[in-house]
Design a protein around this ligand. Structure first.
Ligand code: ADP
Ligand code: MG
Length: 713
């Protein structure tokens, strides 16, 4: 082809690619030159330095260059083969080893006497000879090397496609075409943020001149990615604010009663002050300042005509349920129904129990809607939700099933929202006509994730625990130290406390999980604590059975409760002051933190014992973090580092956080900048009509379908 290649040129016509490689590249989804430009390396190997062999350092990845002086194969046990090649330069000798790749010998043999270059882990072998476990090598032709003596990109591959093919093609495209790529970002943004242009950045990512330039190029792309996401979220937020929802007349509730003073001070009467008085009388405790602030934020939002879309974040035990109760009471007082959806039956039952206790004395009808209710009960609850007799409906996913209708749902509260998929949240919202939505999460989501995932939500944070809480003391014990742990449990029970035993996590299925719990229960009740009252709860029990067990535990008819992770979220028995978690290694960090939050809810000292072997450095680090801190935010960040955001947010939301380049932890500073840039950009050009912003708009639109999924509305 004599034609000068363009970005849209089919990849096979790019210099040095050809039909055969084009076919391989198509396996990676690469059809055109431009596709390949965007097919980015996922890491780099700095092979720019080639030290003399004598200077190679065991324990490091190094590049070595020398004359191939010897090639030999040795049979090993089990029919395997070790291939060794000796490389030498003026300073010394190096033996490169490959296991079980006999065909390599046939490639190396003819190169004997010529120079080759290899990259791999250097180690000290028998009689301190220098060895290298080689991953890659290349013959030097005309004194030139393609894959060495530079920072080499490493691309994600699929079967049958080699690094070499991709590198060579990517190099051709990056050298020849990258600079033709036009930059979608308005100039002022680029200048203000000191970002390099897109074309040169892409070139740097494939052919880095230096580590600094590569990093800068990557930041440029990450910033851009965040920017589109943030613009999409800002637009969405604006749309929601323009929608017309319910304006709850909260300040007029109890208007006739005496005006009262609150924590806000005497002269600064808040609109909902008299209603706040009612709340104070209803709650069995004095709300914390944080709770009071958040309740007022929620109420103020409910008063506004735009539908509320608010995330309440608060660490385990910070008292989110009370905040939800205040919001629901407001909705009911204004003549609407409220629904509270929880992720597990146990939690829904517990909420129903607590809310009934608060609301029924006021004559407010509360029903429970859960999957495993008897047919008759379910029918009654369904009818009451539909005719409005049930002013508050508490439930699980059962709430969003097709047959369920509400007379006039005004407020939807979703507890432990990270447990729900986006669609489930939307489904609950759609049970009413633009009801207000309040989502609550105990998982402390790192701020960067919040900004990315929930940039369109308003955020309220309960940043204070109820007074008198003593921090939970967490200990890590090896399996060999169980007896000692049992003694502590026994002592606490003798003092009138209660204990949880959480059995090992088994992900395979719920049946096996239940079996593990039964085994643990048997061992504890028969052998270890035959004299104590040991109960058992797991996901395979019927609702009524679970309810009964929880009720017995709450009423202190049980000393010890053996449980699966069903108790992970929300369960609240303040007298329980020790939790023993078996095989703690199998749980995620955030999950352990959640579990641990089941104790330390009263005013006595509580304990959490993690029983685990430290199998790896990583698991040791995870356990130590838990022992060290009870700061949920720190734990969440560590967890994010270890597992990545997809896992934290739950797989259903993973797809929506489609970040190809940016990293939520590493690039947190960029995210903040991108958010500000998004706000400024929209301020200058609210509809993105300016020709300068046309490309930005186009790319934001491409994101819109994803973005629609990450809002609660
Ligand atoms: P979470 O935020 O984890 O959902 P809960 O709402 O379950 O927390 O509350 C945890 C415990 O703290 C409950 O026993 C609740 O009654 C109690 N609680 C909540 N707020 C206060 C408060 N202001 N003072 C004392 N106890 C409180
Ligand atoms: Mg809760």
């Amino acid at each position: 082809m004599a034609v000068e290649p363009q970005l849209g040129t089919e990849i096979q016509y790019v210099k040095g690619v050809g039909p055969k490689n084009a076919m391989l590249l198509s396996k990676l989804g690469v059809q055109t030159a431009e596709d390949l430009l965007w097919y980015l390396p996922f890491r780099y190997e700095d092979r720019s330095e080639i030290p003399p062999i004598m200077h190679l350092r065991p324990g490091r990845h190094n590049t070595a260059l020398g004359k191939l002086t010897e090639v030999r194969t040795r049979p090993l046990r089990g029919g395997k083969v070790l291939l060794e090649a000796t490389l030498s330069d003026r300073t010394g000798e190096l033996v490169i080893q490959w296991f079980n790749q006999p065909w390599l010998g046939r490639q190396l043999e003819p190169l004997r006497g010529t120079e080759i270059v290899a990259y791999g882990l250097v180690r000290e072998g028998y009689r301190s000879r220098l060895e290298m476990a080689a991953t890659e090598w290349e013959a030097i032709e005309d004194g030139d090397t393609e894959e060495f003596a530079r920072i080499v990109p490493v691309y994600p591959l699929t079967e049958g496609v080699s690094q070499r093919v991709v590198r060579r093609a990517a190099r051709a495209v990056a050298e020849g075409l990258a600079l033709q790529v036009s930059d979608p970002l308005p100039k002022w943004v680029r200048q203000r943020e000191r970002l390099p242009e897109l074309g040169p950045s892409l070139r740097q990512l494939h052919l880095p001149d230096s580590e600094e330039q590569r990093i800068l190029a990557r930041q440029r792309l990450a910033f851009e990615e965040f920017l589109y996401l943030q613009i999409a979220l800002q637009l969405r937020r604006r749309e929601v604010k323009q929608e017309v929802g319910i304006s709850f007349p909260i300040s007029r509730i109890g208007e006739l009663e005496q005006p009262v003073t609150t924590l806000f001070g005497q002269d600064q009467e808040t609109p909902a002050a008299s209603f706040w008085q009612e709340v104070l009388q209803m709650l069995p405790f004095q709300p914390t300042r944080a709770q009071e602030r958040v309740v007022h934020e929620v109420w103020a939002d409910m008063e506004r005509p735009a539908p509320m879309n608010r995330l309440v974040q608060g660490d385990v035990g910070s008292g989110k349920t009370a905040v939800a109760a205040c919001a629901m009471l407001a909705a009911v007082r204004c003549g609407y129904q409220a629904a509270l959806m929880a992720p597990t039956e146990i939690l829904a039952e517990q909420h129903a129990f607590n809310i009934k206790r608060l609301f029924e004395p006021k004559g407010i009808g509360v029903v429970l809607l859960a999957g495993k209710l008897g047919a008759k009960e379910k029918r009654r609850a369904t009818t009451q939700a539909a005719n409005g007799e049930a002013q508050v409906c508490v439930g699980t996913h059962a709430l969003i099933q097709e047959g369920i209708q509400f007379a006039n749902l005004g407020l939807a509260v979703i507890d432990e929202q990270h447990r729900f998929g986006v669609l489930q949240r939307m489904a609950l919202r759609n049970k009413g006509r633009t009801p207000d939505v309040l989502v609550m999460t105990a998982t402390p989501i790192p701020r960067t994730v919040t900004m990315t995932m929930y940039g369109d939500l308003d955020l309220s944070v309960i940043d204070e625990l109820p007074p008198g809480r003593k921090p939970i003391k967490t200990h890590w014990k090896r399996p060999g130290e169980r007896a000692q742990t049992y003694e502590v449990v026994r002592r606490l029970v003798a003092e009138g406390r209660q204990a949880y035993f959480v059995c090992p996590m088994i992900v395979e299925n719920e049946k096996m999980q239940a079996q593990a719990a039964q085994d643990l229960h048997l061992r504890l009740s028969q052998q270890v604590f035959p004299d104590l009252r040991v109960g058992l709860i797991h996901g395979q029990l019927k609702t009524v059975e679970k309810e009964q067990v929880m009720e017995d535990f709450r009423a202190h008819k049980l000393d010890i409760l053996v449980a699966t992770v069903v108790i992970e979220v929300g369960v609240d028995v303040p007298n329980a002051s020790i939790m023993v978690i078996e095989d703690a290694n199998r749980f995620g960090l955030a999950q352990l933190h959640q579990l641990r939050g089941r104790v330390g809810r009263g005013s006595t000292q509580s304990y959490c014992v993690l029983i685990a072997e430290a199998k790896s450095e990583e698991s040791r680090r995870r356990l130590e973090i838990l022992v060290e801190t009870s700061d949920g935010f720190r734990i969440a960040e560590e967890d994010l580092k270890i597992r990545g955001p997809g896992d934290i947010m739950g797989t259903q939301q993973h797809g929506s956080l489609d970040l190809r380049i940016a990293d939520l932890i590493e690039d947190a500073h960029l995210l903040e900048r991108a958010r500000q840039a998004a706000i400024d950009l929209l301020e200058r050009d609210p509809e993105l009509n300016d020709p300068d912003n046309r490309e930005v708009l186009k790319r934001v639109r491409q994101r819109r379908s994803d973005e629609a999924l990450i809002t609660v509305s």
